[in-house]
Design a protein around this ligand. Structure first.
Ligand SMILES: Cc1cc2nc3c(=O)[nH]c(=O)nc-3n(C[C@H](O)[C@H](O)[C@H](O)COP(=O)(O)OP(=O)(O)OC[C@H]3O[C@@H](n4cnc5c(N)ncnc54)[C@H](O)[C@@H]3O)c2cc1C
Length: 424
């Protein structure tokens, strides 16, 4: 079987599925290959940041998210293990209407996007469709060799998009070198039921310890607990009881909630990594999302950035279609538009890994000082929050800000945040 399309997208994850929708709406023929047999089902934490909400709103999808699966959260408290509050971050200071985080039930956002893709382009998504290699003619990429439902297929395309995640095979086939960093610390995610409604996020930090609690709809709470990759087996061998007691020590106020944790089946493990691809484009092929720039979850922006890539690339591909030029030069405006924000977010997330995950008491003390300063300094709080919310591309802190945040310099503008025009 041979197929022909204009844009062949490998991977129906956060980036690929949105790209399929955006291209279909521009009338550009596309096909999405997804190696999985169907939509994802596993447990995972999912926070829709303001930029992700705005993007889904623009695609007409925000209002179609099931209300019963979505919980708006405005306040996130940072506390020391044991319960002493350090800082409260208030999303309310961001421009309305997206001045809150939306904590979603697992996979709901993605299923909504996939449903939309299948509506916009009924035959455009092939599950059990696996990229294997590029089709080449005179050394030029003219499509892919794939397998769909176990059968070999040649798909001809003007351009191939690698939206196939951090271990991208498309990136490898493009011959692009990438540095892939695996962080020592990853996360155990647990979905717990609560009897009393929790409305604020809680983020406990201590010596090499992070436990965060995100309230979700339907009286559910997601707990994310930092574990080193090599400690998971030992942790599981001990059974759930010692971990439950550990959590009670970190967050004593939530003892009742942790009593709900009785089985490892309530948990999932989430590995963490960072990808830095040297370039994202070659003639007739381009990378988006984690394949180009996977980042640590501290950024809370992985899915958002993959979606923003998709919408941005769709505009560039429209220009390519118009000019019938699919060269690296024509694709490059996409990379130029996107690199600064993802690089900034990767750096911000790495700084957070350095200070938040630390076991070093001096770094821990500095971290706590910064949180305490931010609690009373709306300007610095806004700078960091607007980065996490996906609303800026430049670094939130310069050197003077850093000294002010650590409490070594006064900040005469501590109360000043940008004034936003409220939309009608
Ligand atoms: C457990 C977990 C929790 C997370 N929570 C959050 C969060 O709360 N907020 C957030 O913003 N980000 C979160 N992230 C990160 C976020 O999921 C990713 O950054 C985002 O999904 C990247 O989108 P993507 O499209 O680039 O890649 P992915 O979503 O990874 O999609 C890649 C797709 O390509 C497919 N694929 C791979 N190889 C092939 C092949 N050869 N042929 C065909 N298909 C292929 C895969 O099956 C997959 O569906 C989380 C990640 C994990 C693992």
């Amino acid at each position: 079987m041979d197929l022909t399309t204009t844009v062949l997208i490998v991977g129906a994850g956060g980036g690929g599925a949105v790209l399929g929708i955006a291209l279909a709406r521009k009338g550009i023929a596309n096909l999405v290959l997804e190696q999985a047999p169907g939509p994802p089902q596993g447990l995972r934490g999912e926070i829709l940041q303001p930029n992700g909400q705005a993007l889904l709103h623009n695609l007409g999808l925000l209002k179609t998210l099931p209300a019963e699966a979505s919980k708006p959260v405005r306040l996130f408290n940072f506390l020391r293990c044991g319960g002493e509050r350090l800082c409260t971050i208030d999303y309310g200071m961001l421009p309305a209407p997206f001045n809150q985080a939306l904590v979603m039930w697992p996979n709901v956002v993605h299923h909504t996007i996939l449903d939309c893709l299948q509506m916009e382009n009924p035959n455009g998504l092939k599950y059990q469709g696996t990229f294997q290699s590029f089709l080449l003619e005179d050394n030029k990429i003219v499509g892919v060799q794939a397998e769909i439902e176990g059968k070999p297929v040649q798909i001809r395309a003007k351009v191939v998009v690698g939206a196939d995640g951090p271990f991208s095979q498309v990136r490898e086939a493009m011959g692009i070198s990438a540095s892939i960093h695996r962080y020592k610390e990853s996360y155990l995610v647990a979905a717990l039921d609560t009897t009393s409604e929790l409305n604020e996020g809680q983020y406990f930090v201590g010596r090499q310890t992070i436990l965060s609690l995100f309230p979700a709809a339907g009286k559910k709470v997601y707990a994310l607990y930092m574990v080193s990759s090599d400690s998971l087996v030992r942790l599981k061998a001990q059974g759930v009881a010692p971990l439950r007691e550990e959590w009670k020590g970190i967050a004593p106020e939530f003892g009742e909630l942790f009593d709900e944790f009785v089985d490892w089946k309530q948990t999932a493990y989430m590995g963490t990594g960072r990808v830095r691809a040297k370039t994202w484009v070659v003639d007739h092929a381009v990378l988006i999302g984690d394949a180009a720039h996977g980042m640590n979850p501290h950024a809370s922006q992985g899915r958002m950035q993959a979606m923003v890539d998709a919408v941005s690339l769709a505009d560039v591909l429209e220009d390519c279609e118009r000019s019938q030029d699919w060269s690296a030069d024509s694709l490059k405006p996409f990379e130029r538009a996107r690199r600064s924000q993802v690089t900034m977010l990767q750096q911000l997330a790495d700084e957070e890994v350095f200070f938040w995950n630390t076991g070093n008491p001096i770094l821990g003390m500095l971290r706590d000082r910064v949180f305490r300063t931010m609690d009373g300094n709306r300007r610095l709080q806004y700078q960091v929050l607007s980065a996490t919310a996906g609303l800026r591309s430049t670094a939130p802190f310069g050197w003077i800000d850093r000294f002010q945040a650590a409490g070594f310099l006064p900040d005469p503008q501590a109360d000043q945040i940008p004034i936003h025009t409220q939309p009608n």
